[in-house]
Design a protein around this ligand. Structure first.
Ligand SMILES: Cc1ncc(COP(=O)(O)O)c(C=O)c1O
Length: 378
């Protein structure tokens, strides 16, 4: 049997007519850059996230970058985030001219450990002449489960820091009933094709309840324009294109059902792998509704397991093999192995199993059987 890691075609075929009709409308109206389809999506995604504003942009990386810029993060500033994330979280900080400061993750959730956050801020501040350079915190809702936001927000408030949610993997996830993207000053989403809500190209969005922040981001994404050819600030081209807006409008209507299907699939994996020796399955916390963008197990013999699963037709991934502080791109920070022991440990054990809404019962059973047979017993 073949089990793909992700099957974008299966999803496309299930909504083909709707998608083609939507794309034809964009063609008919030649609404290629920004325009009514993007505006409609912004309105609907803001409603979905229960926020006042949504600003459609070119990618999740743009979303993070624009949110930080609009919050005033710039050269000489520092922004706290986690090492176990896609590098874009840190890149957005760097592209503001700021420096990422990492805090370790929790071993159960793989998200920012709130218990280590305050310690990180205190240590950091004690090394600085002023306490002004820390500006923001970016908790990442890794794999589709939100970080434990209440203690993070409380600490942020105490130290006067803004919180930007990296919700790029968490469309529709909930924290104590609140949608991801509605909790911090801003929520940043990626609609990269493989995401729970994926465009048919590159796209992203920022959600916020802050009208001023939303209007700054709208300006920055469009060359700082206040009106056509009048530029109030130096911006960039970070607009969402019309085709992506139209595709996302169609797909947003299906997102709740697709997320439920992912949750059902995760529950099946959990039940089948429950007694598997040497395997740690993901945990859904009491405060969270997990949307399983990634279903990651942990095991000691990860590389060999992935290789052997591949030979049996089960295609897996690793998210992510090298924590950001140990990437060559960030060598200048001088952080060595051992700096963030939990992040490093879990990154060396993660195996992402096939996960998408259309996964069949047979594929799930086969994958779980193969994992049990091929994993090293503890
Ligand atoms: C946690 C996280 N942050 C940021 C991004 C960047 O999003 P994009 O690829 O749309 O720029 C991604 C996407 O992979 C992500 O998973």
């Amino acid at each position: 049997m073949q089990v793909p890691f992700l099957d974008l075609k299966a999803q496309y075929l299930s909504i083909k007519d709707e998608i083609q009709a939507a794309l034809n409308k964009v063609l008919d109206q030649t609404a290629f850059a920004g325009g009514p389809f993007v505006a409609q999506f912004e309105k609907e995604f803001a409603e979905f996230c229960q926020v006042e504003h949504c600003v459609g942009v070119g990618s999740g990386t743009d979303a993070l970058w624009l949110a930080l810029l609009a919050l005033g993060v710039g050269p000489g500033d520092e922004v706290i985030t986690v090492p176990d994330t896609f590098i874009a979280t840190a890149e957005a900080i760097s592209y503001c001219g700021a420096t990422p400061v990492f805090v370790d993750v929790d071993e159960k959730t793989y998200n920012m450990d709130p218990n280590k956050l305050e310690e990180c801020i205190k240590t950091h501040n004690s090394k600085l002449k002023t306490q002004n350079s820390l500006k923001a915190i970016i908790p990442v809702h890794l794999f589709g489960q939100t970080a434990d936001m209440d203690p993070i927000l409380e600490i942020a408030k105490k130290y006067g820091l803004s919180v930007v949610e990296d919700a790029c993997q968490a469309h529709g996830a909930l924290y104590k009933g609140k949608p991801a993207g509605s909790i911090g000053a801003a929520g940043c989403f990626s609609f990269y094709p493989g995401k729970n809500l994926g465009a048919y190209g590159e796209a992203g969005a920022v959600t916020t309840n802050n009208a001023e922040l939303a209007s700054k981001m709208r300006m920055i994404r469009d060359h700082g324009q206040e009106k056509k050819y009048y530029h109030g600030c130096i911006g960039w081209n970070a607009r969402m294109d019309g085709f992506q807006g139209a595709v996302l409008n169609v797909k947003l209507k299906h997102l709740r059902a697709w997320n439920e299907a992912r949750r059902t699939n995760a529950a099946k994996y959990n039940a089948l792998l429950d007694d598997a020796d040497g395997i740690i399955t993901p945990q859904e916390m009491d405060y969270a509704k997990h949307v399983y963008h990634i279903y990651a197990i942990r095991t000691k013999n990860r590389d060999e397991l992935i290789l052997r699963l591949g030979e049996k037709g089960v295609n897996c991934g690793i998210h992510y093999p090298v924590p950001v502080h140990l990437q060559n791109a960030y060598a200048s920070l001088g952080l060595k192995p051992g700096s963030f022991p939990v992040a490093e440990k879990v990154a060396s054990e993660f195996v992402s199993l096939p996960m998408f809404a259309e996964l069949t019962e047979e594929q799930i059973r086969y994958t779980a059987d193969m994992v049990k047979t091929l994993a090293l017993k503890s």
